[in-house]
Design a binder for this molecule. Structure first.
Ligand code: GLP
Length: 261
């Protein structure tokens, strides 16, 4: 696992946007897996800026969704489909025809989950999956004690995650859905390169458990330790509980191996 400690969220965003740009230069129709939440926004801003300046062409990029609320209409402003359209697709100039995600409105939710797993495989798999992390160590919406081999499926959110996400619903937890569809941990691990971004002190415990704890379902992000090419980008605050912080600074500072093994 590469652990890159950056001074702040903005530089983390720029670093990861550069990884995505390098990928798109090598493979213009790369399938980028994207995450929601506040953390990835600096990545999307930096990548959109690179597109605007002509440093990279994203016109053939394909975008895959990580997770979705169950039961929110697709055009609800906080459905992850809407959020990603607003924050990623439109700024990059990528059309919805190049977007894939699970159907959170399907009557047959389990069928929709299986269909999404199949669609990802048929699309050739995700080239680079960007991940955030929940305060409880979740990735996507794989809450603690999710199977490390899980596939895309329906999950029930913990109270903590609903509290954390209430800020997107006018601070009203009652509006936060209880159920979600998420790529499973096994599904996520099939992406060719995993890049997790964590910023702020509130993520420091989860980052320490992810990077230096045992691989354990109680911290779903620790499954990244099983992946041959996982990069964890953290700001100083999120890195503050890493015992090996100095080693990581010395080894990986601004030199992640984006090309992989
Ligand atoms: C949600 C998303 C995750 C995201 C997490 C953290 O639960 N499903 O993909 O990583 O929020 O969000 P934030 O980056 O806003 O802290």
């Amino acid at each position: 696992m590469e652990v890159v400690i950056v001074p702040d969220a903005r530089s983390g965003g720029e670093l990861i946007a550069e990884a995505m740009a390098q990928l798109l230069r090598r493979k213009p129709d790369a399938l980028l897996g994207v995450a929601t939440g506040s953390t990835p926004l600096p990545v999307y801003e930096a990548l959109a800026e690179a597109v605007r300046s002509g440093a990279v062409d994203a016109s053939r990029a394909r975008i895959a969704q990580l997770d979705e609320y169950v039961g929110l209409p697709a055009d609800h402003p906080e459905s992850y489909r809407s959020v990603l359209r607003r924050e990623v697709l439109e700024p990059l100039g990528v059309g919805m025809d190049a977007f894939m995600g699970p159907d959170g409105t399907a009557e047959d939710v389990q069928g929709a989950c299986r269909a999404y797993d199949s669609a990802l495989a048929e699309a050739g798999g995700v080239d680079l999956q960007l991940l955030g992390i929940g305060t409880d160590g979740h990735i996507g919406f794989n809450e603690p004690c999710s199977s490390l081999a899980s596939r895309t499926r329906i999950k029930t959110l913990t109270q903590q995650t609903r509290v954390d996400n209430a800020r997107f619903f006018d601070g009203d937890i009652e509006q936060v859905p209880h159920h979600v569809i998420t790529q499973g941990i096994g599904t996520i691990l099939e992406a060719r390169h995993l890049v997790l971004l964590a910023t702020g002190e509130g993520k420091a415990d989860a980052v320490a458990a992810t990077v230096e704890g045992p691989v354990a379902a109680v911290c779903p992000a620790s499954a990244l330790q099983l992946h041959p090419h996982a990069t964890v980008v953290v700001d100083e605050a999120a890195a503050s509980k890493l015992k090996l912080a100095d080693y990581f600074r010395h080894t990986y500072a601004n030199k992640p191996d984006w090309q992989g093994i």
